[in-house]
Design a protein around this ligand. Structure first.
Ligand SMILES: Cc1cc2nc3c(=O)[nH]c(=O)nc-3n(C[C@H](O)[C@H](O)[C@H](O)COP(=O)(O)OP(=O)(O)OC[C@H]3O[C@@H](n4cnc5c(N)ncnc54)[C@H](O)[C@@H]3O)c2cc1C
Length: 341
C-alpha cells in the first residue's frame, strides 16, 4: 500500500477538473504478470485507521466529477489480473477491479463469448466502476454478465461476496451505487452462457450495420461498429474531458408521460414511461451551448464537457442551469448519472 499525501486528482478523472485529495492510498494488488499482494494490503488498509475519516473509492474516474478538494482518503486499487476458464457449458472471465472494462470485453470477443458483450465495447473505465454503475450501451448492461463479486465491506471491516442477484442491478445502478463508499470491489467474475449471436435490439446499431451492408456481422465486426458509432458522437477522453452521459434518462409518472407524448408527438418515449434526457436538453435549447468553460457536446446533448480548463463548479453550474430549464419547460426532473463530489 502506497500513500500519496495532498495528491492532485485532475489526471485521475476523465473530466479533468482540478481538485486535490488529502491523501490517495494506492493498493497495488497484482497484474497479469505479478502475484497479488492484495490480501495483505487490504488488511493493512483495514488496520490503518484511515477509514475513520471521509474516504471514497476511485476507479478509472470516468463517471466522477470533483467540484472541490476532497478532505479525506481516496482509495485507488491497481489490481488488474485477469483469468479465463470454462465449465458446465459456460465461459468465465475473472478480473481484478482495475482492469479496463474495454480490455475485458476485448478478451471475451477474442474468445467468442456470447450474450452480446461486444455491445459494451469502448466504454471507458474499469471493471469495478462498470459493476458499480451497471454501465451499459446498445441494449446490454454490465450486470447481465456478472456472476460473482468479491469485495471488502469498508464499514463492517470484513470481506464479502455477492452473487448476481445480490447486486440489485438496475438502470445505471446497483447495490454498490446505492450505498456509496461502503464497498471496495476487489475482483469480479463474469459468466457467458451462450455462443455469439449479434444483439441488434438497439435500432441505431441495426441501422448502421444495414447501412454498411453487413447482413451477418461477426463478433469482431460488431465490436468495431459499436466503437465507431460511439466515437462518432461522443468526445474522446484524450481530447475533451467528460463523463459520457451526465444525466440519466428520466422515468416520469403516467400523467406527465401522457401529457408530454400528446404535446410533443416527435418526442422519443420508451416503455416504462422513460424519456430521452438528450432530447429534452436539446429541445430546451442547450445542445452545443457553453456556460463559462463548460459546454454541452454538439453531437450529443446528454454529454457535458470541459471545453478547456473548466472547474468542477463550472460544470455543476451548467448542469443546474439545464436542470432548471428542463424542469420549467417540461416539468421533468433530470437526475445526474455522474457522481458529483
Ligand atoms: C466518453 C465517455 C463515454 C461513456 N459512455 C458510457 C456508456 O456508454 N455507458 C455507460 O454506462 N457509461 C458510460 N460512461 C461513463 C463511465 O465510463 C462508466 O460509468 C464507467 O463504468 C465508470 O467506470 P470507472 O472505473 O471510471 O468508475 P469511476 O468513475 O472511477 O467510479 C464510478 C463509481 O464507482 C465506484 N467505484 C469504482 N471502482 C470501484 C471499486 N473497485 N470498488 C468500489 N467502488 C468503485 C466509485 O466510487 C464511483 O462511485 C462514459 C464515460 C465517458 C467519459
Amino acid at each position: 500500500m502506497i500513500i500519496h499525501e495532498n495528491h492532485a486528482l485532475q489526471g485521475l478523472t476523465t473530466f479533468g477538473t482540478p481538485a486535490t485529495a488529502r491523501r490517495v492510498v494506492e493498493l497495488r494488488g497484482g497484474s497479469p504478470d505479478a502475484p497479488s499482494r492484495l490480501d495483505s494490503e487490504v488488511d493493512e488498509l483495514l488496520a490503518s485507521g484511515l477509514l475513520g475519516e471521509p474516504y471514497l473509492v476511485l476507479g478509472g474516474g470516468s463517471n466522477m466529477l470533483f467540484t472541490k478538494d476532497f478532505d479525506g482518503t481516496v482509495i485507488y486499487l491497481a489490481e488488474d489480473a485477469v483469468s479465463v476458464g470454462s465449465g458446465q457449458g459456460c465461459h468465465y472471465l475473472t478480473a481484478g477491479a482495475r482492469l479496463e472494462m474495454d480490455r475485458a470485453v476485448g478478451l471475451c470477443v477474442d474468445r467468442g463469448y456470447g450474450g452480446g458483450v461486444e455491445n459494451l465495447s469502448a466504454i471507458p473505465g474499469t471493471v469495478g466502476g462498470a459493476v458499480v454503475q451497471n454501465a451499459g450501451a446498445y441494449g446490454v448492461e454490465t450486470g447481465d454478465f456478472v456472476d460473482r463479486v468479491w469485495a471488502v465491506d469498508l464499514r463492517e471491516r470484513r470481506r464479502v461476496e455477492f452473487g448476481r442477484d445480490d447486486c440489485r442491478f438496475a438502470y445505471r445502478s446497483s447495490l454498490f451505487k446505492d450505498d456509496p463508499a461502503r464497498y471496495l470491489i476487489l475482483r469480479v467474475r463474469f459468466r457467458f452462457g451462450a455462443d455469439f449471436a449479434p444483439n441488434l435490439k438497439y435500432k441505431a446499431l441495426a441501422d448502421e450495420l444495414q447501412r454498411r451492408g453487413i447482413g451477418h456481422p461477426t463478433q469482431q465486426q460488431m465490436r468495431q461498429v459499436v466503437a465507431e458509432l460511439r466515437w462518432a458522437k461522443l468526445p474522446r477522453p484524450e481530447e475533451h474531458g467528460s463523463a459520457g452521459s451526465f444525466f440519466k434518462n428520466p422515468v416520469v409518472d403516467d400523467d406527465l408521460y401522457a401529457r408530454l407524448v400528446k404535446a410533443h408527438p416527435d418526442m422519443p418515449a420508451y416503455p416504462g414511461n422513460k424519456l430521452s434526457a438528450g432530447w429534452l436538453i436539446d429541445r430546451a435549447g442547450w445542445k452545443g451551448r457553453t456556460l463559462g468553460r463548460a459546454g454541452v457536446w454538439p453531437r450529443q446533448a446528454l454529454v457535458l464537457y470541459n471545453t478547456g480548463g473548466a472547474t468542477g463548479e463550472e460544470v455543476l453550474a451548467l448542469a443546474h442551469a439545464i436542470q432548471q430549464d428542463v424542469r420549467q419547460q417540461f416539468g421533468v426532473d433530470l437526475q445526474p448519472e455522474t457522481i458529483i463530489i
